[in-house]
Write a protein that binds this ligand. Structure first.
Ligand SMILES: Nc1ncnc2c1ncn2[C@@H]1O[C@H](COP(=O)(O)OP(=O)(O)OP(=O)(O)O)[C@@H](O)[C@H]1O
Length: 344
């Protein structure tokens, strides 16, 4: 991976929602920096409210209307942050694309899947009808839809949920963008279909060379489908590195807590799962919290954690970055830090 060049470079990203009279300011993302290399899959991981979706939307120029973003988001040499919507519109589908959670939000119910794909091809590549149809069928074939030429004439409601999500991936990748952002792309699907759809995204990366930013909250999923992981908590980065570094030897207590909560390989009769006590801070508190945002729930937190925000520390070269004052105290076994809750 290291010989691949950087495709996307995010530096000190900050996203906030200004106070509007009724609600206080919400600093939903702060101090986020990461790179995505060509063809690489980076997973953004964290509990609900971590800022994963918001970050993904900012990358695509699709942040909610009141969001104010600062910092830098560069796609190769192009600074995207602050670019007008018309600039983004020229990139959508062509260089960057979104695979959303909900297929029905992007597929029109009144046009066939093939027509929608062909329209996307024509608008971006300016091909004629016949060639666009050909590209549409090829895209459906690439995402594993059997008998793609015939299925292209079906309407979205005639597809199963898994097929619709494949069609959405075909739509996002039909013009071979450099970067695909997938926001919990399989949440609405059952586990077997989830794995198939994620497999489709992985094989597309191989065939088209696209990089992937995958928003996920399931560590099992990212273990199988990400090259690198960025763990977020309450809008702040906690840890980033290769999937192996982060998942096998987490150096941030928050990552350890997430790992300790994974379904354990212990007898199915024992359903107790370790979990991180407490809950993430409510949005209204995000702007005035000092120090490490995870400190109130962290078993290792000391006074310094509550007052000083941790700087990133590189634990193994520059790949594995940890934001924690106590990273050297994190035990190798996540469950030593987060023992079983409710143990008898
Ligand atoms: N339109 C909005 N207006 C105000 N605050 C918002 C808005 N959208 C998101 N936020 C705030 O931004 C924070 C991050 O939200 P985001 O949806 O990115 O989290 P997430 O990590 O993707 O969580 P989930 O897994 O639940 O989708 C939350 O605190 C949320 O309240």
């Amino acid at each position: 991976m290291t010989d691949r060049s950087t495709l996307l470079s995010v530096r000190d990203l900050r996203v906030s929602f200004p106070a509007d009279g009724r609600d206080a300011e919400v600093t939903a993302v702060r101090g986020l920096s990461f790179d995505v290399r060509e063809g690489e899959a980076l997973a953004l991981v964290g509990e609900s409210g971590a800022g994963k979706s918001l970050t993904a939307r900012v990358l695509l120029g699709m942040a909610p209307p009141r969001a104010v973003a600062g910092g830098s988001v560069r796609l190769r040499d192009l600074e995207l942050l602050g670019a007008p919507r018309s600039s983004y519109a020229r990139l959508w589908g062509r260089r960057i694309a979104l695979v959303p959670q909900d297929a029905l939000s992007v597929l029109s119910p009144v046009h066939t899947v093939g027509d929608q794909l062909a329209a996307a091809v024509r608008s971006v590549r300016g091909l004629g009808r016949r060639e666009a149809r050909h590209a549409a069928v090829a895209a459906l074939d690439r995402v594993g839809i059997a008998d793609a030429a015939r299925r292209a004439s079906a309407y979205p409601h005639e597809f199963s949920g898994g097929m619709r999500q494949r069609a959405v991936i075909a739509m996002a990748t039909v013009n071979e963008p450099e970067l695909v952002v997938a926001d919990e792309p399989t949440t609405a699907l059952d586990p077997a279909v989830q794995e198939q759809v994620l497999g489709v995204l992985a094989s597309l990366r191989e065939t088209t060379g696209a990089a992937l930013v995958l928003v996920a909250h399931d560590l099992d999923v990212v273990a199988r489908h990400a090259d690198r992981i960025l763990v977020m908590y309450a809008g702040s980065p906690m840890e980033s590195g290769t999937a192996e570094q982060v998942l096998t030897r987490p150096r941030n207590p928050y990552t350890a807590g997430l790992l300790a909560s994974l379904p354990p390989d212990r007898p199915v009769t024992d359903r107790r799962l370790p979990s991180i006590g407490g809950a993430p801070p409510p949005p209204s508190e995000l702007s005035w919290l000092t120090g490490c945002r995870f400190a109130p729930r962290c078993p290792l937190a000391g006074e310094r954690c509550r007052t000083h925000e941790p700087e990133p520390v590189a634990t193994a070269g520059t790949e594995h970055l940890v934001f924690c004052h106590h990273w050297t105290d994190v035990p190798d076994s996540a469950r030593d830090l987060f023992p079983l809750n409710g143990a008898a």
